[in-house]
Design a protein around this ligand. Structure first.
Ligand code: HEM
Length: 435
């Protein structure tokens, strides 16, 4: 600890240096720190840098919402940076602001609604595949299924028909490794390089033969311009497309994986979900934004799954100017650790926090606004894909649950894999039956 650091008013915390990363040990460390010191903890990292773990709901809100401009993205995203270059998730300051302003319109509700037919198509393909598996009496690897579902959906949403003509024709889906390979080895580096090459050639083609009647994220990104009327360059587009794929697929896939796990263990919730789906979506012709948005119990179930298993379980910021949180000083260069996983399971915020109870999400709009809950982050950097992902996940459950019962095979908890995303440590297998 330097003299300058000692002069600041800091929250309580341990004297010895603490190592934090994006890994399982970090979750145990943060939980232990919270138990011992409370919701605001200060610590020194082995490299001497000051860090705060902030689990106080109003301080989290202040960092992410009102004081957001005092913070940049923090440490721990080196692997992600390798994939995303300077795309929206990792960029900061003016570069981020320009991209966010250009991209945000693509995510309007109206645009997302136009992608609902793609969502239904992906559900239909899963249903056909699950029916075959039922016919063979095999088990269903739901981790793989939800991953394939979400990957296919985001790729068709981005590339439209090019998904079928340019990506599927490459043999094994060249994006599949993103979900299956968690190691940073040379093979992954090579795959990323090949992928960027493929994306660049799709972008270049689209510049030459843009079709007016096309509707997908790539066509919207190609048309976006900044305040000076300048479009994205090809290199910028490449980073933004990679960002969209990485941000939009594992998060939804992991949420659906945990939702199926929870449903298989809670028959009461399952009955209510099936009833709701049959009532609101009696057939594909009933699918529309209004009907899917009125699936309230399904929405509550998804929100409860995201409370217990927030895919982005840990994120970080680094202050670049002085800030103050309550009575505490935040000097420039302080690393901030925020964990939705820890906060969502803190007992003074959530009664009986380990219990799965979708009914806790029946709430008025005001209560919703104030609750200590941030699976999609908060403020100007809040997730852009929140509406897209809820629509995708409600449709997935609404179209598949009334057709298939997925029974639990093991009583054991699959455990947590705490990487950039919160996955199940092992793939989940369920026994499917047609209803
Ligand atoms: C259950 C699903 C999802 C969850 C839990 C989730 C969560 C998050 C979180 C926590 C962040 C902020 C990370 C940080 O500030 O460090 C974020 C950012 C982002 N998400 Fe999502 N996400 C989900 C789905 C999606 C989908 C489907 C898309 C796209 C179709 C998407 C696109 C983005 C983008 C572009 C950003 C960067 C926003 C910015 O920095 O301005 N996300 N997401």
């Amino acid at each position: 600890m330097t003299d300058a650091q000692l002069a600041y008013r800091r929250p309580p915390g341990p004297d010895k240096p603490v190592t934090l990363g994006i890994d399982p040990e970090t979750l145990s460390t943060l939980q232990a720190l919270q138990r011992e010191y409370g919701d605001m903890v200060s610590l020194t990292k082995p490299n001497g840098r000051l860090a705060y773990f902030v689990n106080d709901a109003s301080a989290v809100r202040r960092i992410l919402v009102r004081h957001h401009s005092k913070y940049h993205k923090g440490p721990g995203f080196e692997r992600v940076k390798m994939l995303l270059g300077n795309g929206l998730i990792v960029s900061d300051g003016d570069v981020w602001r320009r991209s966010r302003t250009m991209i945000q319109p693509a995510f309007s509700r109206q645009n997302v609604h136009r992608l609902m037919t793609v969502m239904v198509g992906c559900c239909d393909r899963r249903a056909a595949h699950w029916a075959e598996i039922c016919g063979r009496g095999e088990k269903l690897n739901i981790t793989e299924e939800t991953s394939d579902f979400a990957l296919e959906l985001i790729l068709i949403s981005i590339f439209g028909d090019d998904y079928f003509s340019r990506i599927l024709t490459q043999g094994e889906n060249p994006f599949a490794f993103l979900s299956r390979d968690s190691t940073r080895d040379l093979a992954v580096v090579m795959k990323v390089r090949q992928l960027r090459h493929l994306l660049m050639s799709i972008i270049e083609d689209r510049r030459i033969r843009a079709a007016k009647d096309r509707f997908d994220f790539l066509s919207m990104y190609l048309e976006a311009t900044d305040k000076q009327g300048k479009p994205f360059t090809n290199a910028e587009l490449l980073d933004e497309l990679m960002t969209l794929i990485v941000a939009g697929f594992e998060t939804s896939a992991n949420t659906l994986n945990w939702v199926w796990y929870l449903i298989a263990r809670h028959p009461d919730a399952e009955t209510r979900l099936v009833d709701e789906a049959r009532r609101i979506l009696p057939g594909v012709s009933a699918v529309g934004a209004d009907s899917v948005n009125s699936m309230h119990y399904t929405q509550q179930t998804l929100e409860e799954a995201l409370r217990l298993y927030p895919p982005v379980w840990l994120f970080t910021r680094r202050s670049h100017v002085d800030d103050k949180l309550d009575d505490y000083d935040v000097p420039p260069g302080t690393d901030i650790y925020l964990s939705p996983f820890v906060l969502h399971r803190t007992s003074h915020y959530w009664q009986d926090p380990e219990k799965f109870d979708p009914d806790r999400f029946v709430a008025t709009d005001q209560a919703k606004k104030d609750r200590p809950y941030y699976p999609f982050s908060l403020g100007p950097r809040r997730c852009l894909g929140e509406y897209f992902s809820f629509l995708e996940m409600r449709l997935h459950l609404g179209l598949l649950l009334p057709r298939f019962r997925l029974r639990s095979l093991d009583t054991e908890d699959p455990g947590l894999e705490l990487g950039i995303n919160l996955r199940s440590a092992t793939d989940l297998f369920l026994q499917p039956e047609e209803r």
